[in-house]
Write a protein that binds this ligand. Structure first.
Ligand code: GGG
Length: 359
């Protein structure tokens, strides 16, 4: 029996999450076998929007019960959330956001690269030219419950939505982004705000960024408004390195970045972590994609790559690197799903990556 046993909660969620999570598990298991550790999976297959439609909660017994259960695990391996018929905000606020908050997973780290064998929409870019790291604040900002509705359903209907930016929350995400930027070859951090239009929270973010950057004289910095940053990211993605942004802006940038680098979000992984804590949540950037669910064509690479991020976070660096190498090899060999111009099915891609990891 291997001495290291990782206890992982697998939550496939909705739609294509049910197809991609088994491929991620297959590959993580292949890496565990090769590198001499064991992964003990517990499957929470009924934490779904379907369950919400039947019972009024995604997690049987409610999300507070779910959080108590998850405390027993080293990490959470999630697929996707959201399904037609259940309001979109329910799928986030009845599962994903409470987990991020309960475990203090304040950093959502989302890399985006142009990988071998993947057509980058910018024709002149070679694999390796684009290497972006989006660092998204994950527990406050624009994703807030503060606000409400007045005169709902009448012609005077009003919706009020407050954003919350705390000095503790802003400082820790900016400081963590600086640490990540410092560890990368380009040592370059860009901060995204919109401080000409949003006059309280965003100038505050800029102020904290300018204060904290004095601690990191070795890191080159830039500050952009989000609108022009999006435009530059499309035309000159290779110019950027690490980008730090608020919850909403980081979410948008982390869909845009893989679309620019790899033609879509199917390959994009993410980690939701507190760098000082062991338990994290690892999920692909994509959602549940009801339009393609059940056809066996979903791209499992974002999920598999999230498995590599999970293993790296849990100290299994060699296994994580082997998964990254296997993904690069399989894509370079042309084994890829239709979104990347290939003809392989979800499980054929998963099998090929698992086989490459094992050898
Ligand atoms: N793979 C996770 C997922 O289903 N994401 C859908 C989504 O809209 N997430 C929003 C968020 O990450 O805040």
């Amino acid at each position: 029996m291997p001495s290291t046993v990782l206890k992982i909660a697998a939550v496939p969620g909705d739609g294509i999450g049910k197809e991609t999570v088994p491929e991620g598990i297959k590959v993580v298991d292949a890496a565990a076998e090769r590198f001499g550790f064991k992964v003990e999976w517990t499957h929470f297959n009924d934490w779904t929007c379907e369950n919400y439609a039947k019972t009024g909660t995604i997690v049987p017994g409610g999300i507070d019960e779910g959080i108590k259960i998850l405390k027993a695990y080293d990490s959470i391996f999630l697929g996707a959330v959201g399904w037609p018929g259940v309001a979109d905000h329910i799928s986030l606020w009845d599962l994903l956001i409470p987990i991020r908050r309960a475990f203090g997973l304040f950093a959502n780290v989302r890399p985006a690269q142009n990988l071998p064998g993947v057509r980058c929409p910018l024709a002149n870019k070679k694999p390796g030219d684009i290497d972006l790291l989006i660092v998204r604040e994950n527990v406050e900002g624009e994703y807030s419950q503060v606000g409400g509705r007045i005169y709902q359903g009448t012609e005077d209907d009003i919706a009020i939505q407050e954003a919350i930016f705390t000095r503790r929350g802003v400082d820790r995400i900016i400081r963590y982004a600086f640490e990540l930027a410092r560890s990368r070859p380009k040592k370059h951090l860009t901060s995204a705000t919109k401080s000409n239009g949003i006059i309280h929270s965003m100038p505050f973010w800029d102020e904290r960024f300018n204060a904290i950057k004095k601690e990191y004289p070795d890191v080159k910095t830039n500050q952009f408004h989000i609108d022009i940053l999006c435009a530059r990211l499309v035309t000159n993605p290779e110019w950027f390195d690490t980008i730090v942004a608020s919850n909403l802006f980081g979410d948008i940038l982390s869909d845009l970045a893989p679309a620019v680098a790899a033609g879509g979000i199917g390959v994009a992984p993410s980690s939701n972590i507190n760098p000082k804590e062991r338990l994290g949540l690892f999920e692909p950037v994509h959602g549940s994609a009801p339009d393609i669910y059940g056809k066996g064509i979903a791209n499992p690479i974002g999920q598999i790559s999230s498995g590599a991020m999970m293993l790296r976070h849990l100290g299994q660096t060699e296994a994580a690197n082997a998964i990254d190498r296997a993904i690069a090899k399989v894509l370079a060999d042309g084994i890829k799903t239709g979104d990347l111009g290939g003809k392989s099915s979800t499980s054929e891609v998963g099998d090929a990556v698992a086989q490459s990891v094992a050898t």
